[in-house]
Design a protein around this ligand. Structure first.
Ligand code: MLT
Ligand code: ZN
Length: 477
């Protein structure tokens, strides 16, 4: 990373402050600090100023100024990303653009199944606004209390209901984007059908702020299920879990919204580090599933049908034990066993994270080959391979052995990462299933991405951002 060598002239900063208006910037060390580091504290940078525009017009004016002065912009939403995509670099010449003051909900249309809001709205607030009209905004993830609409669009977030509702891209009906030259792309139409040439808004979904700034979006809503059934099941193998998924889908179609796999070691970490959690199954089992279905039938019928499907799965040996939630509190307790894994893993100590995907039906084979691989490279380290089994997406993480400070595991990090990603490549999988590229995986993208796709990405970047001012050093080198 470059040093702070050539700070932006103070007169430029004064011009920007005037342009941003009252309350439109933060400047003191203490105020800037939270914007200069990602929440995992892996990436640290420096910005001379945090810009806080309060309207799309002001964002556009700010971007035009930055383009004229060749000043780089780092858009930031809730700052919850995993790959440093929203953290400025260390050169001190990149201005963080926080969208947090763009926080107006424009409309919630329950009949048209659409919600339109500014990019700075926090996801949980949008979920509540949709629920208040009897509709469901089905994007759900651990950071929903702080991540923002613009951030989850710019990273094409996944979460725990992708199986049924898809990733963020499948929920976006329309976008408003400020382009790197200050023009505003207004596609906030909310149309379900629009086949007029290239669908250019798609380029900005998952672009991590490298092509423009998402300032508002129109999102697709869904019906609220009449009832929800939730279970925590013990399974003997990942292959048995996949057989169970097929069984559930035969019985309930696409009502299966969550199908999350966790190994025994992940459950143990949660039980050890997260107060108030308890193992809902008897005995110890190698693997567990968190399963949720959102059904159209009323609760008693739904529960009976679900129980009979699980009873058949028990008989077939696909599951070996199961706990079904019978209250909201029990459902929450089951969800915590899955959602608190990342925190529990952090509390346990040093670890390595891999966010991979392969075809669902090949996951069991991948897990066994990958386990042998990392056992050879990191003897004693614990494999905490958990995640979104129904989507073919796994957090193939490692935690150092107990009573080991993890120094040797971290020292072998590059070698292990490449070995895991080489294996993923052999399965024609993805080295970033849901967390994106940011600054963390730029070299990995170069190494593993199809060269034709990479060349197209570079062409697109050059055409849309010829000055290279949008979030430089992220996604593409
Ligand atoms: C998860 O599935 O829990 C998230 O993607 C977070 C993580 O991997 O740490
Ligand atoms: Zn995940």
């Amino acid at each position: 990373m470059s040093e702070i060598s050539d700070p932006l002239p103070p007169s430029w900063l004064e011009e920007l402050k005037a342009l941003l208006g009252p309350g439109g910037h933060l400047e003191s060390d203490a105020d800037r600090a939270p914007f200069e580091t990602d929440f995992r504290a892996l990436h640290h940078g420096h910005t001379p100023l945090v810009a806080l525009p309060d309207s799309t017009a002001r964002v556009a004016e700010f971007v035009r100024w930055c383009a004229a002065h060749r000043v780089a912009i780092v858009p930031q939403g809730g700052n919850t990303s995993y790959c440093g995509g929203a953290t400025p670099r260390a050169n001190g010449r990149e201005i963080v653009l926080s969208l947090r003051r763009l926080d107006r909900i424009h409309s919630v249309d329950p009949d048209g199944d659409a919600l339109t809001a500014d990019a700075g709205c926090v996801l949980a607030r949008l979920q509540e606004a949709a629920a208040a009209t009897g509709r469901l905004l089905p994007m759900s993830l651990g950071s929903e209390g702080s991540c923002t609409l613009g951030g989850i669009i710019s990273t094409n977030a996944g979460g725990t209901a992708v199986l049924r509702y898809g990733m963020m891209r499948s929920l976006v009906l329309g976008l408003e984007v400020v382009l790197p030259d200050g023009r505003v792309l207004d596609q906030l139409t909310g149309l379900a059908k629009d086949n007029t040439g290239y669908d250019v808004k798609q380029l900005f979904i998952g672009a991590e702020g490298t092509l423009g700034i998402v300032t508002a979006a129109c999102i697709r809503l869904h019906p609220q299920p009449a009832s929800t059934v939730t279970a925590f099941a013990a399974v003997p193998t990942p292959a048995a879990a996949i057989a169970l998924l097929a069984r559930l889908r035969r019985a309930a179609g696409n009502a299966v919204s969550t199908f999350e796999l966790l190994p025994r070691v992940a459950l143990e970490l949660v039980l050890r580090h997260i107060p108030g959690t308890r193992d809902p199954c008897g005995g110890t089992h190698p693997w567990y599933l968190l399963i949720e279905l959102g059904l159209n039938e009323p609760a008693p019928e739904a529960a009976l049908r679900f129980e009979s499907t699980l009873a058949a799965a028990l008989e077939a040996g696909e599951i070996t034990d199961v706990a079904i939630a019978t209250s909201g509190a029990q459902r929450e307790a089951l969800w915590r066993l899955r959602e608190e894994i990342p925190l529990a893993q952090r509390r346990e100590g040093a670890g390595l994270k891999h966010d991979v995907a392969v075809a669902v039906q090949r996951l069991p084979e991948f897990i066994s080959e990958g386990s042998a691989l990392v056992a050879g490279l990191a003897p004693g380290a614990r494999l905490v391979a958990y995640g979104h089994l129904g989507d073919g997406s796994l957090h193939f993480n490692l935690t150092a052995a107990e009573n080991d400070d993890g120094a040797s595991l971290l020292a072998a990090g590059d070698e292990i990462r490449h070995a895991v990603h080489d294996l993923v490549a052999r399965y024609r999988g993805s080295i970033s299933a849901e967390h994106g590229i940011g600054q963390l995986k730029v070299a990995e993208l170069e190494r593993y991405e199809d060269p034709v796709a990479l060349a197209l990405m570079r062409d697109i970047k050059r055409v849309i951002d010829p000055l290279g001012i949008m979030n430089p050093g992220k996604v593409l080198a």
